[in-house]
Design a protein around this ligand. Sequence first.
Ligand SMILES: Cc1cc2nc3c(=O)[nH]c(=O)nc-3n(C[C@H](O)[C@H](O)[C@H](O)COP(=O)(O)OP(=O)(O)OC[C@H]3O[C@@H](n4cnc5c(N)ncnc54)[C@H](O)[C@@H]3O)c2cc1C
Length: 63
Amino acid sequence: MRVLIIGGGIAGTAAALALHQAGFEPTVYEAHPDNGEDLGAFLTLASNGMRALGQIGAAARGR
Ligand SMILES: Cc1cc2nc3c(=O)[nH]c(=O)nc-3n(C[C@H](O)[C@H](O)[C@H](O)COP(=O)(O)OP(=O)(O)OC[C@H]3O[C@@H](n4cnc5c(N)ncnc54)[C@H](O)[C@@H]3O)c2cc1C
């Protein structure tokens, strides 16, 4: 089943990963034209948020 997700922030991206792992075909539509690396300072995630990301394989440190 195809799923459209509007917004590629942490919520939309995490939803897409989880839905993909559950066998769905998510497509994320993001209005911002690039990665937004220059926006904001940081995103704080509590331990429950990190556990949720761990369940979808997204808790490892990036570059
Ligand atoms: C000024 C500011 C400072 C903050 N500072 C902190 C902080 O220091 N620490 C912290 O933990 N949190 C902070 N936050 C909160 C944090 O940014 C949010 O809790 C978090 O980003 C929410 O994630 P989200 O995926 O729900 O939404 P967002 O990150 O807002 O993602 C939503 C995405 O949807 C896209 N979008 C919206 N409408 C459309 C559309 N019609 N079509 C396509 N794409 C669309 C947007 O471009 C955006 O990329 C801050 C927020 C703000 C505004």
